[in-house]
Design a protein around this ligand. Structure first.
Ligand code: IPM
Ligand code: MN
Length: 386
């Protein structure tokens, strides 16, 4: 007799009522506030249409928070993030804060949100929109139709392991230590999410680590294999050393479906995957915590993969698509509005098909537009399709 497939409970209960959803916006630094402005338009559109009822609060993170109260995020804003149904995050950092103490640097605000909210599962899809296949640095045939998902473990590994310090050895030398550490439960829970997500896609998971040089890699592989046996055998599982994985991502990216990997490898490999799509300005992400036992809802934060791009900040040039697509991920993973998430993605594709481009994805013969025009065009496509 076939056993019931195990579930990581990634789906959330359908919210048919018009219960209001609490969004906590953290625009952050650089282009963060500009791209967030386009999401605010989208939120207003959903509210006005009566599709959902979003309540919006806004806080400070990164350099903006440091300038206001000397911390990369305040305790009060952490509380509001914890109490929200979803955090929508822009970007943090910039040269202005290069000199601030390490524990108050802009990135510390983002890392605290991830750690304190236990957002261990970071979903980074890399999708090539048909209109952008020529914007990739790889040949069109290698990336056309690409649709892969990097699942990055987000609350463990070398980002958070202790000790993490620089000590003075007293002989004119210093020693820096970062600690790569994983407990089996951390590997098990991210593997479950990987298998569960694969089932909604092409049913393949490739796990990446470096068991040839790292004990954490040995345990990673062992636990992924064990978890796979606990009711996920219908999903095809393969393993790759992370360096070979990086090479395969640029050699033949379409061989992958879901890639599951640790925090640091996931950071690097997701930037590689992002660039396959033509621009970092295109890629959204979702960071999810464990499902609440009663409601099934997961703590969640949605953010574009790109950074704060201080060089173009404040000029209305930034590409808002990654931020808009991140909000679409919130519709899908936090609010059971997957059909609307698909419509937003279709509206993005339609906008690109009309040859509108921000500077980062500009090509000869296309029409260059700014942040606001791009956001308006996506909403116009959505409106036309609704
Ligand atoms: C990312 C970023 C962050 C990370 C930085 C800003 C701390 O590069 O989300 O990929 O390294 O995780
Ligand atoms: Mn990164």
């Amino acid at each position: 007799m076939a056993t019931m497939p195990a579930r990581a409970n990634l789906s959330i209960k359908k919210d048919s009522s018009m219960a209001s959803h609490k969004l906590f916006l953290l625009p952050g630094d650089g282009i963060g506030p500009e791209v967030m402005g386009e999401v605010k338009k989208l939120i207003a559109w959903f509210n006005a249409r009566g599709i959902a009822s979003f309540e919006v609060e806004e806080g400070l993170v990164g350099g903006a928070a440091y300038d206001a109260h000397g911390e990369a995020i305040s305790d009060a804003d952490m509380d509001r993030a914890q109490a929200s149904d979803a955090v929508i995050f822009g970007a943090v950092g910039g040269p202005k804060w290069d000199g601030v103490p390490y524990d108050k640097r802009p990135e510390a605000g983002l890392l605290r949100l991830r750690k304190d909210m236990v957002l261990y599962a970071n979903l980074r899809p890399a999708i090539v929109y048909p209109a952008l296949a020529d914007a990739s640095s790889l040949k069109r045939e290698l990336v056309e139709g690409l649709d892969i998902l990097i699942l990055r473990e987000l609350t463990g590994g070398v980002y958070f392991g202790q000790p993490k310090e620089i000590t003075d050895l007293g002989n004119g030398q210093k020693r820096a230590v970062d600690t790569q550490v994983y407990d089996s439960y951390e590997i098990d829970r991210i593997a479950r999410v990987a298998f569960e997500l694969a089932r909604t896609r092409r049913n393949q998971v490739c796990s990446m680590e470096k068991h040839n040089v790292m004990k954490s890699g040995v345990l990673w592989k062992e636990v992924v294999i064990e978890t796979h046996k606990k009711g996920f055998e219908d999903v095809e599982l393969s393993h790759m050393l992370a360096d070979a994985g990086g090479m395969q991502l640029v050699r033949n990216p379409k061989q992958f479906d879901v890639i599951v990997t640790d925090n640091l490898f996931g950071d690097i490999l997701s930037d590689v995957a992002a660039m396959l799509t033509g621009s970092l300005g295109m890629l959204p992400s979702a960071s999810l915590g464990a499902a609440d036992e009663k409601t099934g809802r997961r703590k969640a934060l949605y953010e574009p993969v790109h950074g704060s791009a201080p060089d173009i900040a404040g000029k209305g040039l930034a590409n808002p698509i990654a931020m808009i697509a991140s909000f679409a991920m919130a519709l899908k993973y936090s609010f059971a509005l997957g059909n609307w998430a698909d419509k937003v993605d279709t509206a993005i594709a339609a906008t690109l098909a009309k040859n509108l481009r921000t500077g980062d994805i500009m090509q000869p013969g296309m029409t260059q537009v700014g942040t606001g025009e791009m956001g308006d065009a996506v909403i116009a496509e959505l409106e036309a399709a609704a």
